[in-house]
Write a protein that binds this ligand. Structure first.
Ligand code: OGA
Ligand code: MN
Length: 298
């Protein structure tokens, strides 16, 4: 058996609101508990980590991801066979073989979102590993929702304290209607889980805005126009470039994001170019807000 690597890693922040490169570790081999602890600390500090120049097969990707917790099984979707040997791997791709898509999300833009926030329990994070990247486009943006909360004007802070939002489950982040769902024109009728708008990160105990996605979101208990107005203000604030960083992919990049405190989106790209990623997701718990974390003088 391989001896776990005690890598001498460096963490190099992007200089933007979030994100850092981790250099000095090859994840194709097992890592020591100490190296894992350093990586996890860096993840909690920087929200998004990038490991460039990796050569990972599915077992290596899964072994590294499992250090962070139990993995979710990928939903049954295009390109996945029932007897898939790696049910925790999802293929994200626009590639078609014999006219059939081999993966999810195609070449479209994916709007700002948190993964699976329409479920009661939401993944703590995802790991996305690039095998093929288009020559341009298809960049993935991330945004820092701790900073969005920290800088939220006091009047808006007061309006969202104690409020809950329903996260629509009917459409995916490319705006496509999911199988088995019908179209909804009133957000009050949307299906999906209800979560606090301000959530506490269970590991850092810091608070962050938790918006999920804009389409068909609804703030419980408000008249529709007030819910729409408040959501528009929150989204306008949270999607400012000062909270963002964009990953411009190279093949061999592994990027992992903290789905509790960062949102992400993706640019569209030329459908005739190829993009192929393997992805896995660490399962999580129900989002909550811990009032003890709030400094009432703020
Ligand atoms: C995802 C996702 C964006 C991308 O995997 O959850 O939103 O860049 N992917 O493929
Ligand atoms: Mn996503």
């Amino acid at each position: 058996m391989d001896t776990p690597q005690r890598a001498n890693i460096s963490v190099i922040p992007t200089g933007a609101a979030l994100g850092a490169d981790v250099v000095g570790v090859g994840l194709a081999k097992p890592i020591s508990a100490e190296t894992f602890r350093q990586i996890e600390d860096a993840w909690h500090t920087h929200l998004v980590l990038r490991f460039r120049g990796q050569r990972l097969d599915d077992p290596a990707l899964l072994r590294f991801a499992r250090l962070f917790g139990e993995l979710d099984k990928a939903p049954i979707h295009a390109g996945r066979e029932v007897e898939d040997p790696f049910p925790e791997i999802t293929v994200m791709s626009n590639i078609r073989v014999d006219g059939k898509p081999i993966g999810n999300l195609g070449h479209y833009e994916a709007v700002w979102h948190t993964d699976m926030s329409y479920n009661e329990k939401c993944p703590i994070g995802s790991l996305l590993y690039s095998l093929e990247v288009p020559p341009q486009g298809g960049n993935t943006g991330f945004s820092n929702m701790y900073q969005a909360w920290d800088t939220l004007p006091a009047a808006l802070r007061r309006e969202i304290l104690g409020r809950f939002c329903r996260h629509d489950s009917s459409r995916n982040s490319a705006g496509e209607l999911r199988k088995g769902f019908s179209d909804i024109d009133d957000p009050r009728d949307a299906p999906g889980a209800i979560h606090p708008l301000l959530r506490t990160h269970p590991r850092t105990h810091r608070n962050c805005l938790f918006l999920g996605r804009r389409h068909n979101a609804y703030i419980m208990g408000l008249p529709l126009d007030e819910s729409e107005d408040l959501l528009n203000q929150l989204w306008a604030h949270a999607t400012q470039p000062c909270f963002e960083w964009y990953q411009v992919w190279k093949a061999g990049d592994l990027v992992m994001w903290d789905n509790r405190c960062a949102m992400h989106r993706r640019d569209a790209f030329d459908p005739d170019s190829r993009r192929l990623m393997h992805r896995t997701q660490v399962s999580g718990d129900k989002p909550y807000f811990d009032p003890k974390t709030l400094d009432l003088r703020a």
